[in-house]
Write a protein that binds this ligand. Structure first.
Ligand code: PLP
Length: 508
């Protein structure tokens, strides 16, 4: 009885603790942003393109927000174009400039540690005939401007390099790269998404012609980004069908999001003042981690990096299991960029720094923000220490090869499908599987069999690992996860899947 009572107390105290250490993925909106956005939704509904009073009010508010964003990066308001997100900003610059210059000039020089919104767009442009050259980086993900210069020639119309890396925190020498680009008649663009709000940005002294930004990395809303286009720089709109943003980005403006972005930018001064506090948190965490795990390796450079970001490798321990452990205890960290998480791939950034696939999969990214406190660091360290002392539950991984017809129909196998309803619609589930929501699982534990082998499946193998870990921690002894997810399993067993897909499925 006593044990059950203790378990209940533990359960509820654990639930209350939530430590968010993934601010490079996104940030919660600030109070001011919430206030400004609520006010905007109430008061500024007029379409800024119309002529009557309500419309002019909206238009005026947008111009005030534009001024705030421009102030934050030392630009002119006319140089700011609002977009739907930084992914759109990055796509727009790369595609627009390729349109402007190709085939007269055909080369873009970039780095292999860029965000997927750059890398994937460059791959697309390569298929259209653009020549893309990637400057190698050192083990901190740093581009050496002199090495980059070897790749820049008269055929180069654009040099594209991010200001601060989202996974490593490494800050690039953009001013030096810009100067080299100019020397060779090339334009310079920089993805400044992770830098805004963490370090001061002056687009002029950085020598930028184009830059991209996103509100949700600095306590603004999701769904709004900005594009800096230096006055007089070549540009062809990518979004067409409207005169908005001076004809540079068609589509009715997302007024509340834009005003939220402006409000977030107005708070940058305060954010920068908090950097020393955030830096202390990062240093404390690292110092203690080093003491307890002398073998852990910090991949973020001590100098020339964002003070909130730490990329750290734990040799021999998979980051998925560490993320599962921390997530079980309410701590949010990530294994790489948020955009690549659902794909369950090793980070392309870490691979570019020379890490092997396995080493990349042993690396965690921790990113602090303004809401974190020393108590958060103490709690996180406590969880790490408990793992050191007691180890952590081991989840068996079942590969796609291992999950054959025999295992699929083994009466001892209980297949738990935690995919979302839309994923299940696309691919009906494995035969005899039981569907449950990832979130509701905790309230339905008594419906799961203690005496069977629970095999958790999801789309790509990462969420199933987290759920399997959770069940193991809750005392289920035989739990495994389909390591590559259902998508890959289907591609490996198309015949078996077609024969049995969707048969005898029930809800938990
Ligand atoms: N660039 C970098 C460096 C990022 O970290 C991100 C977001 O993770 C993006 C671009 C994309 O931003 P958004 O979410 O606004 O599309």
């Amino acid at each position: 009885m006593h044990c059950i009572a203790l378990d209940i107390v533990r359960h509820f105290t654990r639930r209350k603790r939530a430590v968010y250490l993934d601010h490079n993925a996104t940030t919660p909106t600030s109070k001011k942003v919430n206030w400004v956005m609520n006010r905007s939704l109430k008061n500024y509904f007029g379409n800024p393109s119309s002529v009557y009073r309500a419309a002019r009010q909206s238009a005026e508010q947008i111009e005030m927000a534009r001024q705030e964003v421009a102030n934050a990066i030392h630009a002119k308001p006319t140089e700011i174009v609002f977009t739907g997100c930084a992914t759109e900003s990055n796509n727009t610059i790369l595609k627009s400039l390729s349109d402007c210059f190709f085939p007269g000039k055909s080369k873009i020089v970039s780095s292999p540690v860029e965000h997927p919104s750059i890398i994937e767009t460059l791959k697309y442009l390569e298929k259209k005939g653009i020549l893309v050259e990637y400057c190698p980086v050192d083990h901190y993900g740093r581009v050496d401007p002199l090495e980059a210069e070897k790749l820049i020639d008269d055929n180069t119309f654009l040099v594209c390099c991010m200001l601060a890396n989202n996974e490593l925190g490494t800050i690039q020498d953009i001013a030096a790269l810009s100067a080299i680009a100019k020397k060779h008649g090339a334009l310079m663009m920089s993805d400044c998404v992770q830098a805004l709000g963490k370090i001061p940005i002056d687009v002029e002294s950085l020598g930028l012609d184009y830059a991209s930004f996103s509100a949700h990395k600095l306590y603004g809303p999701k769904g709004v980004g900005a594009l800096y286009i230096k006055e007089g720089s070549p540009f062809k709109p990518w979004m067409m069908g409207g005169h908005q943003e001076e004809g540079r980005r068609a589509g009715t403006e997302s007024i509340h999001n834009i005003l939220g972005f402006g409000a977030a930018c107005s708070e940058i001064g305060n954010l920068l003042l908090r950097e020393p506090k955030i830096s202390r948190l990062t240093k404390n965490l690292l110092g203690e981690l080093h003491r307890s795990f002398p073998e852990c390796l910090v991949l973020t450079p001590a100098e020339g990096s964002l003070t909130n970001t730490v990329s750290i490798r734990f040799p021999g321990i998979s980051n998925t299991s560490l993320m599962a452990l921390l997530s079980y205890h309410g701590i949010a960290v990530s294994g790489g960029s948020a955009c690549s998480m659902p794909e369950n791939k090793a980070s392309h950034v870490l691979l570019a720094t020379g890490l092997s696939e396995q080493e990349a999969r042993e690396t965690l990214r921790i990113s602090f923000g303004k809401g974190n406190s020393p108590a958060d660091v103490r709690y996180t360290l406590k969880i790490f220490h408990s793992f050191l002392k007691k180890g952590m539950p081991v989840v068996d991984l079942i590969s796609s090869e291992l999950l054959d017809e025999q295992l699929l129909f083994d009466p001892q196998t209980f297949i738990l499908d935690i995919r979302t309803p839309s994923q299940r619609k696309r691919y009906p589930g494995l035969p005899n599987s039981v569907e449950a929501s990832y979130f509701a699982l905790d309230h339905q534990l008594e419906k799961l069999p203690m005496n069977k082998n629970i095999l958790v499946v999801c789309q790509r193998g990462n969420l199933s690992y987290l759920s399997a870990f959770h069940l193991k921690s809750k005392g289920f002894r035989h739990v495994s996860s389909l390591s590559t997810g259902i998508e890959e399993w289907i591609s490996m067993h198309p015949g078996v899947y077609q024969k049995y897909a969707g048969k005898n499925i029930r809800q938990l």
